[in-house]
Design a protein around this ligand. Sequence first.
Ligand code: NAD
Length: 492
Amino acid sequence: MAEPGRMYIDGAWVPSKSGVTRDIINPADQSVIGTVYEGAKEDVDVAVKAAREAFDHSSWREMKAGERAALLFALADALEAEAKDFAHLEVLDSGKPLREAECDVSDAANCLRYYAGLATKPYGVTYDVPEDMQALTVREPIGVCAQIVPWNYPLLMAMWKMAPALAAGNTVVFKPAEITPLSTIKFFGLMEKVGIPKGVANLVLGAGATVGAALSEHPDVDKIAFTGGTVTGKKILAASVGNLKRVSLELGGKSPNIVFADADFETAVDFALFAIFAGQGQICAAGSRLLLEKSIAEKFIARLVERAKKIKVGPGLMPGVEMGPLVSERQMEKVLHYIGLGVQEGATLACGGHRMVEGDLAKGFFVEPTIFTDTTEDMSIVKDEIFGPVLAVQVFEDEADAIRMANNTRYGLAGACFTQDGAKAMRVIKALRAGITWINGYHSTYNEAPWGGYKESGNGGRELGTYGYEEYTEVKQINVNLNVAPIGWFEG
Ligand code: NAD
């Protein structure tokens, strides 16, 4: 039997101190595709110590940005050279269809390159101040950054976190989701290969309640960056107060996709499907609420249902598959529970609604693309993030009604608007209380542009782009006296 996957701490591959292991399951058929060591608090302590030492005493922090950048460029090349293997592994571990995993790997390499490039770009400002002084700012790394991610984009989320942190000169302790660690373990192999110095990037494996919680409260961690559920995000925020860590939270969503009667019909239908069923609906920005203008609702729903029923569901490596299994039995049960609630609370099941168990699908966690109509705003399927292939259709009367309905959520991650009236599109998008929006499109995400949510979808920071880089820096004010002479404030 293969040796369990190890953690990478202080430049060495190590088992967990306890020796406990966890089986990693392929959600398409429940086969065991690997075993990894399961860390705990004592492993976190060793990893944080290594990261602390590397930040405080190694040359990493003072290394020229260009040298750090060269390492990140080398990582991107190394990742691309093994892109096929990474994509394959990501499908087996997370369940996503191969074409999605291939996009993830390519996006991950580009994310590394973006931040490698940014590391050498100008930063800092000079200020014309009243006295005979020169005031200026420089940006410096924060220190030891703990980073925790979910299972929906294992490799890509790792890159959104580690690329800016490392480019800015921080050291990192990274924790993948416990059920999808395989691509990250493989990626740390590349870190070793390209020569990221020891202690600079450390990998700890294990559960949120143990490893994640230990990172959140650790006094030697300077910053915690988290992507995941809102409930977990609040726990992390509370746990971080001990040493007033910097905290970045990218959380859940229940995003509205608004379609007006004057929208290009087939484009809007196409994107409505993409918005909710890409990634099996397990995307934080998923368009899980479809808001339709009343006059087109019936026709739109009919076309949507017709197309949703044709989505090819199956194991992610099977050619032609468009939607894979949910990531775990637990996630599938959660989604089926919400579908049950939808029916119970009086919504109409327009299509889907069941686990799929025919033939090849029998052992996997497959759920039909599901669409609910006749919903009301107080229903659980309209209010809660389900994180699965379940769409709640809402019908609105006019522009003001659409805006009110769209914003009637505690989340504020994303949203979209489909119309051919440019002024209306702009009015609606500006009124939307959400951090990521699209006009006549959905889901496009760029390394160059900021990512993050309003309200309970985050705590105000942004990932990606220059914003994402700044989240990993402190600003230092430097004041230079241009007239070096006593000021005589005290007479004696
Ligand atoms: P989750 O919050 O359960 O877990 C996310 C990560 O946090 C995992 O690594 C987990 O082990 C860890 N964790 C769990 N409890 C913890 C604790 N008490 N302390 C520290 N760490 C802990 O979320 P999930 O179910 O894995 O992922 C789905 C959620 O992630 C959804 O809500 C989704 O919207 C969100 N998400 C958000 C974004 C974004 O950019 N805003 C992107 C992807 C996913």
